[in-house]
Design a protein around this ligand. Structure first.
Ligand code: FES
Length: 106
């Protein structure tokens, strides 16, 4: 099983924003929404758009692909609007002593 990897200080990612990080050579978008941190593959399942460049709706709990606007649930990775129809991969996140850690789900 993959290990937790420190990716950022929690203060680096303000609520409602995201940060592109690399974990074991994989690009991950770290999302801070409504007080919680989430981690998804930085890949839109429609056509590979970089989710880390899209806007977050913290109240709705979604991040939108900057290419064609598909929205994904930040907790589950599910595609909630077209044109994406399948989920992107969610990774485990923990925060300890102000550091954010991600463990790849694979
Ligand atoms: S590549 Fe993301 S919506 Fe098309």
């Amino acid at each position: 099983m993959a290990e937790f990897v420190a990716v950022a200080d929690s203060s680096e990612v303000s609520d409602g924003s995201s940060l592109l990080v690399e974990v074991e050579e994989q690009l991950i978008v770290l999302i801070h929404a409504a007080g919680h941190f989430y981690a998804l593959d930085d890949v839109c399942t429609h056509d590979g758009g970089p989710l880390s460049e899209g806007p977050i709706d913290a109240a709705a709990g979604t991040i939108a692909c900057p290419r064609h606007g598909a929205k994904f649930d930040v907790k589950t990775g599910s595609a909630v609007t077209m044109p994406a129809t399948s989920a992107t991969i969610v990774h485990e996140v923990k925060v300890e002593n102000g550091r954010v850690y991600v463990r790849l789900n694979r």
